[in-house]
Design a protein around this ligand. Structure first.
Ligand code: ARG
Length: 401
């Protein structure tokens, strides 16, 4: 019996060509695995296509729940946003797919796994490093990194072997989608001076086309995870889907980012991430209410580190787990509700409450209920400013402008 390889299969052109190419080049039996993390419309059609093109077996996995609960919500709790802009949708999906590839390869007694990434991006790194960490015995094959075919040659290859070419192939864009966001690059977007054409967007309305009336939505959190919308308890996948719909309708969640890839390239990517933008903002607003000043300051450093690790393909590492343990602990009182107002491309936080709120009206107010002891301030300021005063006397400051 031929050696086996499990291929991560999307049903697109590259991975369809890869089925045939792997059989021909590596003389391996190809088993496909299609993972649904909110990106697949017709699983059974994809399965049939894999078999038609020459896979011996076509596996399907609905991983929406584990994507949200094991990857997305931990990253949300961490506040992980790459370079202050990208909520990491694609980057969070890859380690999950890698893990399912490994599980399938073990079950099927395959020697190798394969994916459709090119040799220029971050995704190849995420797959390869994740597989290496989880199953060092498995070989990773990346056909599109090896076959050296141009786009036209890949299409010609497909035609030669009667591999159906999806209509999306005529699109000049490269698109990756999952529940947490949609990533769009290539074509005219490669010029960072060019405004993204309206037709690249499919999840969000143009802000100028969005309703003139705002929508208000109250998002409930329990220990840092979203658990309800307007008081109704829902599972994580439903919450993400509902916020996605509503925010998209109001034109919220478009991101235009010139980002730094791990492989040294600056690239311009457009994201649509309506749910991620709203949930990150709401989560942050709740943390602002319940975490101390020092916790917030330290946690924002952890958020930056965490985002780097996720972006750079290091999900399955000890450091990511260490940071996750800190983040988990930091969320134990992040319970409460946040109201957001969605209007014409913007998401405003308009209300927040929590049983663990550190906001004390009687300390904050300028009205009659004030209990803050203003007479204690001069002594506090005397000691707080002592070092600055001492130093300025001995070491005169630079002349002031
Ligand atoms: N730049 C993003 C990342 O590295 C998305 C990559 C996939 N993008 C795409 N348009 N196919 O995570």
């Amino acid at each position: 019996m031929a050696r086996k390889v499990v291929l991560a299969y999307s049903g697109g052109l590259d991975t369809s060509v890869a089925i045939r190419w792997l059989k021909e080049t590596y003389k391996m039996e190809v088993i496909t695995l299609t993972v649904d993390i909110g990106n697949v419309s017709d699983l059974s059609a994809i399965r049939q296509k894999a078999l038609d093109v020459g896979a011996t077996k076509a596996l399907l996995a609905d991983a929406k729940e584990s994507f949200i609960n094991t990857f997305v919500f931990p990253a949300l709790q961490a506040g992980a946003i790459y370079e202050g802009q990208y909520p990491l949708a694609t980057a969070l999906g890859r380690p999950l797919i890698a893990r399912l590839l490994v599980d399938a390869a073990r079950k099927e007694r395959a020697r190798a796994v394969a994916h459709g990434c090119t040799g220029k991006g971050n995704d190849q790194v995420r797959f390869d490093v994740s597989v290496a960490a989880l199953a060092p015995e498995l070989k990773v094959i990346a056909p599109a990194r090896e076959w050296k075919m141009t786009r036209e040659e890949t299409i010609a290859y497909a035609q030669r072997y009667d591999i159906p070419i999806p209509v999306t192939v005529s699109s000049p864009y490269s698109i990756d989608e999952n529940l947490w966001g949609r990533s769009i690059e290539c074509g005219v977007l490669e010029n960072p001076w060019t405004e993204p054409p309206e037709d690249i967007f499919s999840w969000t309305r143009a802000p100028e086309e969005a309703p003139d009336e705002p929508s208000y939505v109250a998002i409930g959190f329990d220990k840092g995870s979203p658990v309800s919308i307007d008081g109704e308890r829902l599972d994580g996948v439903m919450i993400v889907q509902q916020i996605h719909e509503l925010a998209g309708k109001h034109g919220v969640g478009r991101i235009d980012h010139v980002e730094n890839r791990l492989v040294g390239i600056k690239s311009r990517e457009i994201y649509e991430a309506p749910a991620a933008v709203v949930l990150h903002k709401a989560h942050q607003a709740l943390e602002d209410l319940v975490l101390s000043k020092d916790q917030l300051r330290f946690k924002s450093k952890v958020a930056g580190e965490y985002a780097e690790l996720v972006y750079n393909g290091l999900w399955f590492t000890a450091l990511r787990q260490d940071l996750a343990a800190y983040v988990g602990s930091s969320q134990r009182y992040v319970t409460g509700e946040v109201t957001v107002k969605l209007l014409k491309g913007n998401c405003y936080i308009v209300g927040r409450k929590s049983p663990y709120s550190l906001y004390d009206y009687n300390l904050a107010t300028y009205d009659s209920g004030d209990v803050f002891d203003q007479s204690a301030s001069p002594g506090f300021i005397h000691i707080w400013g002592l070092a600055a005063k001492t130093q300025a006397q001995v070491q005169p400051l630079e002349p002031l402008e």
